[in-house]
Design a protein around this ligand. Structure first.
Ligand code: NI
Length: 411
């Protein structure tokens, strides 16, 4: 564990404001800051892969229990749910969602608290998310009656494989929830700033598998065979061209064939090719129509050349659509807590995927981007083996989340 440098925890912006609750939240968070850094470094050094977050979950449950939160473990496999005692009068329930899993990446960040497990790394910042979730629980638990309603803290597993949210929802964590908040770190936004996005934040992501079945034959006599490799190449070309000519360019679709397998020898015409890919889209109507549209194209090409096919389309996570009212509330919170220069309104969504979308099928919500970019050194992107955050962002995240939770009942 590296010594904690007090200068690494920026509390410059923790100046008194006009709101007594905000001042209280800032005071508590400032006192907690060294402990939060410790928590983050512990989680960072002990990453666990999706669905295997046993130690992380136990650690989270321990911290939650120590601050008086009622804890339920093994929810949705390795998830944890914490309920804050509701001392207020408002019956509405606000959920705060956090993800806890790491990635199969070997860490190369030159830090003393780097991953102790070769080949596993918190390269997507979920260690920071977990810390901010715990910090928010610590702060809110100290507010007592100043917290007007019920808060449910959802610590989910397996976000990286886009399954944890569905496990948690199936376990019933969204029952009685009226609104849900979440955040994701973002290295291209400087630490201290928060990215706000109205409407679509991330894309719907589906999986695709196409099996093309032709007839094998001698490589020198193509007229006696049905070449599955050639037909597969026609399928790929047709799909890519059709996107540009038949899809509304203002409603983006990205189709990537990431795997292609087929053939047995250089002089044998392949009888079978398997293609797998991912399909990303933003608009709900486009998303709904994609499987039929893609299968129609595959079917036309295969029919033209006498091949048969199998088509499998798996719906993944839908697009995260941030609720306008809750997003406005978060933007107002950042302006009030940190100043208008700390808000970055994001003009574009990402075509990445985020299973937070599955909670939004049950209640409105919003996810903000927490800036974790260093001011004086290079910032590596998410999922990079040298990805590393500016830890001062943890204070920004906790205050923003905790004050948003309070504002939810006041607005
Ligand atoms: Ni992530």
């Amino acid at each position: 564990m590296q010594d904690i440098n007090p200068n690494s925890v920026s509390v410059d912006a923790l100046k008194p404001s006009e709101s007594p609750i905000l001042n209280r939240i800032k005071d508590i968070t400032e006192k907690l800051a060294p402990r939060l850094i410790e928590i983050r470094r512990h989680i960072h050094a002990h990453p666990e892969l999706s669905g295997q977050e046993y130690q992380t979950a136990a650690y989270v449950a321990g911290v939650l229990s120590s601050c008086g939160v009622h804890v339920q473990e093994a929810v949705g496999r390795t998830g944890v749910v914490g309920e804050l005692p509701n001392l207020g009068t408002d019956r509405r329930c606000l959920a705060i969602r956090t993800d806890m899993d790491a990635l199969p990446i070997h860490e190369r960040a030159p830090i003393e608290f780097a991953s102790r497990l070769p080949g596993i790394m918190h390269a997507c910042g979920h260690d920071v998310h977990t810390t901010v979730g715990l910090g928010t629980a610590m702060v809110l638990s100290q507010l007592g009656e100043q917290l007007p309603g019920q808060v449910r803290l959802i610590f989910q597993p397996a976000e990286e494989i886009a399954q944890g949210a569905s496990w948690m929802v199936e376990a019933g964590v969204m029952k009685t929830v009226d609104a849900i908040l979440s955040l994701h770190v973002f290295p291209s936004i400087p630490s201290g700033c928060v990215g706000i996005r109205y409407g679509a934040l991330t894309a719907a992501a589906d999986d695709l598998e196409i099996l093309i079945m032709g007839e094998s034959g001698h490589g020198a006599r193509p007229h006696e065979a049905i070449d599955a490799i050639w037909i597969a190449s026609q399928v790929i070309t047709t799909l890519q061209q059709a996107i540009s000519r038949t899809q509304n360019p203002l409603r983006p679709v990205v189709l990537t064939i990431g795997q292609i397998n087929g053939g047995r020898a250089p002089n044998v015409i392949a009888d079978q090719v398997r293609l797998t890919g991912t399909v990303r889209s933003l608009h709900p109507e486009t998303h709904a129509n994609l499987p039929l549209w893609i299968e129609h194209l595959v079917s036309s090409v295969c029919q033209t050349h006498g091949a048969r096919y199998e088509f499998h389309y798996r719906r993944g996570v839908p697009s995260v659509q941030n609720d306008l009212v809750l997003t406005q509330m978060t933007e107002d919170v950042v302006r009030e807590a940190w100043g208008s220069d700390r808000v970055q309104i994001l003009p574009e969504p990402s075509l990445g995927a985020e299973d937070f979308a599955l909670y939004l099928e049950h209640a409105p919500g919003t996810m903000f981007r927490l800036g974790v970019g260093h001011h004086n050194k290079p910032n590596y992107p998410l999922h990079h083996p040298q990805f590393e955050v500016d830890e001062s962002a943890i204070v920004t995240g906790v205050v923003t989340m905790a004050y948003s939770a309070c504002k939810y009942w006041l607005s």
